[in-house]
Design a protein around this ligand. Structure first.
Ligand SMILES: Cc1cc2nc3c(=O)[nH]c(=O)nc-3n(C[C@H](O)[C@H](O)[C@H](O)COP(=O)(O)O)c2cc1C
Length: 212
């Protein structure tokens, strides 16, 4: 946990809740510890490079929060430098809620999850929405070759704080690629056919060519 994180999130009402439920003293110590931390280390960078999606929260001018999913090919979230991330934003339902919210407030909070290892990283950002036609070099950096999507704009996330969460309550889930490349080859017993011989497909009555 770092200082920016506590400054952004520990509002008066949050502190009151911590007081009421007994965690205020401990978190006050956290607030007073250390310097601001928002420079990505090798740990965060390798985690971000492995993601194929994340959730992004923005806030509308009327104060309503909004959460939307962004996905793409693994690695589509580019680490531009130790304090900056970028993605190409694809055409969707053309409501442009995220874009409008960022244009109004300049902020987005991200949560990135790795389900197999049950890790999650929260990131607070000041965010820019950029026109790809005017930022061709950046567009090149944020484009994933061969991925089928229309790029409408670029999001650049200037990291202001991040915080790792504990793995509690995350159910491990696997993509097809993870199952094929990691899970199955190392756990062949998962696909071992456990049925008695007479129920196996080649001897099953439904698979017989004989007339029924
Ligand atoms: C044809 C089409 C229809 C969509 N309809 C919805 C929808 O009804 N609700 C939704 O949450 N996302 C929908 N999506 C996905 C969103 O458009 C997409 O996640 C988009 O990036 C949301 O952008 P925003 O958060 O800036 O509004 C749709 C996408 C497409 C291509």
């Amino acid at each position: 946990m770092n200082q920016n994180y506590t400054r952004y999130t520990f509002s008066n009402s949050v502190k009151k809740a911590q007081e009421k439920f007994g965690s205020r003293a401990a978190y006050q110590k956290v607030e007073l510890q250390g310097a601001d931390q928002f420079i990505l280390t090798a740990r965060e960078i390798s985690f971000i490079n492995g993601r194929d999606g994340f959730y992004m929260a923005t806030v509308g001018e009327n104060g309503w929060p909004y959460v939307q999913f962004r996905g793409g090919a693994k690695g589509f979230i580019r680490v531009l430098n130790h304090e900056t991330l970028g993605i190409a934003d694809f055409r969707g339902n053309m409501q442009y809620i995220t874009t409008g919210n960022i244009n109004a407030t300049g902020k987005a909070a991200l949560i990135l999850l790795d389900y197999p290892t049950r890790r999650r990283l929260k990131i607070w950002t000041e965010t820019e929405v950029l026109d790809p036609a005017r930022h061709v070099n950046l567009l090149e950096k944020l484009t994933v070759e061969g991925y089928d999507a229309v790029i409408e704009r670029l999001f650049v996330f200037h990291i202001k704080a991040f915080d790792w969460n504990c793995p509690q309550h995350i159910t491990p889930r696997y993509t097809l690629e993870e199952i094929k490349t990691d899970l199955l080859p190392n756990n062949l017993d998962i696909i071992k056919d456990c049925r008695p011989q007479h129920l196996k497909s080649d001897s099953h009555p439904n698979n017989s060519n004989e007339p029924k």
